[in-house]
Write a protein that binds this ligand. Structure first.
Ligand code: UD1
Length: 397
């Protein structure tokens, strides 16, 4: 049996790494067809005439395909090293482009991989363009698809990620959900409950696993930041950073917050390009440290020891909730309501006066403490792999 997991953009790597690990713990292989054929030929040379490819449960292969949607050292390569992901078995090298170009290029290249490898299952994670592109390619070839982080909905169809989520969920065969809102959303969209599995959050699996290494990061000393005495900002949503007025208002907010507390702002390539294009790069004041995108361990270490995070990311709302760090989400909607209802997250929309008021309160120690959501316990990947093995064994053996 052969399974291909897809990674494309930065937030995918920490989701696929624990799934890969869970497969490895089952004793599966992770070599490609070419390697198997070579091994088989060697065996035949040595008289093992009846050896076959993929006949036993023990010969389940878990392979990784990197679409290359993100390709920079800092947006991609460093995550493979830190998260102990093997080198991708397939690299599609699609790079940037318009949504149609990027999605189409992934589909064309991924179809070649699928036709050559004929996997039994494709696993996609999250909501990026690579997620929908690979799901669509696989189902059209009759290959089953599992979607990890299914069911999240912002109900804002202007977000490209929302379209990617809805479409992927509508064609996937196995839908693995991180929080209960996901079950409700999928049922409301008419998806059969037999396909839905509430398993917890694979991103938290990575956080739990790498915490001992995260704790050894020296990122704070590099930037001369004291524990509990600085804020972290991240911004990359097109709705926030592609428009001059919106980006300018956010820069003003960061400048105001940084007058109370030091700010560190690891900057996403999209945001950097736009700050330069709009001539806003140098309007950030000296109390804000700008850094390049950080690796996984350094970034999680930075948010863990911060007093407040301001972000428009999806995943960081979850990581701060798990870590108990207050988070102000600079968006109108969140597809992760559990982080607000149970966790430490506040949603402020485009009301940046409210964002500033909340930041002041948090910096004065007045904030909700939050709890860790159900099943965010570091074992989601094990549950996913166990479920898949049960389901696929029934169909294939
Ligand atoms: C993508 C995802 C988004 C995710 C985000 C995390 C979609 C629709 N969007 O958005 O859901 O939250 O990744 O980062 O899939 N760039 C580089 N180097 C890179 C990657 C990108 O310079 O390694 C530049 C590109 O040239 C482009 C810009 O950054 O100009 C945006 O990249 P793109 O992948 O199109 O979208 P993101 O904004 O990163």
């Amino acid at each position: 049996m052969k399974i291909i997991s897809v990674v494309g953009a930065r937030p995918n790597f920490m989701k696929v790494a624990p799934i890969h690990k869970a497969f490895i713990q089952l004793g599966v292989r992770n070599d490609s067809k070419a390697q198997q054929v070579e091994e088989l030929e060697n065996k035949n040379l040595h008289g093992e005439k009846h050896a076959q490819i993929n006949t036993q449960p023990l010969t389940i292969n878990h392979l990784i395909c990197h679409t290359g949607q993100h390709y920079d050292e800092k947006m991609s390569k460093i995550f493979f090293e830190e998260l102990e992901l093997p080198q991708p078995h397939f690299y599609l090298g699609v790079g940037s482009g318009s949504h149609a170009e990027q999605t189409a290029k992934v589909m064309i290249e991924f179809e070649k991989v699928l036709i050559n490898e004929l996997p039994d299952l494709v696993i996609v994670v999250g909501d990026v363009n690579s997620t929908i592109a690979c799901s669509l390619t696989a189902v059209k070839l009759g290959i089953k698809v599992a979607h990890v982080e299914a069911g999240l909905r912002s109900f804002d169809r202007k977000m490209p990620e929302e379209i990617n989520r809805i479409l992927t969920d509508s064609i996937a065969d196995y839908l693995f959900v991180t929080e209960k809102s996901g079950i409700t959303n999928l049922l409301n969209e008419g998806i059969s409950k037999d396909k839905i599995f509430f398993v917890g959050n694979v991103m938290i699996d990575s956080l739990v696993k790498f915490m001992p290494i995260i704790q050894t990061s020296n990122i704070r000393s590099i930037y001369e930041l004291d524990k509990g005495d600085y804020c972290v900002v991240t911004l990359h949503r097109p709705s926030n950073v592609d428009n001059y007025e919106n980006l300018k208002r956010l820069i003003d907010l960061i400048n105001n917050v940084s007058k109370i507390k030091k700010v560190i702002f690891p900057i996403h390539p999209r945001t950097k390009n736009n700050l330069e294009r709009f001539n806003l790069f140098y309007s950030l004041n000296h109390n804000t440290i700008i850094s390049e995108p950080l690796g996984y361990n350094d970034f999680v270490s930075l948010i863990k020891d911060s007093v407040l995070v301001l972000t428009d990311s999806g995943g960081i709302q979850e990581e701060t909730t798990y870590l108990g760090v207050p988070c102000i989400t600079l968006r109108n909607t969140t597809e992760r309501p559990v982080t607000i209802e149970v966790g430490t997250n506040y949603l402020v929309g485009d009301n940046l006066d409210l964002a500033y008021e909340l930041a002041e309160k948090v910096l004065n120690g007045d904030y909700k403490k939050g709890q860790v959501p159900e099943l965010w316990d570091g074992k989601a990947s094990e549950r996913i792999v166990k479920t898949l093995m049960e389901k696929l064994t029934i169909y294939n053996l």
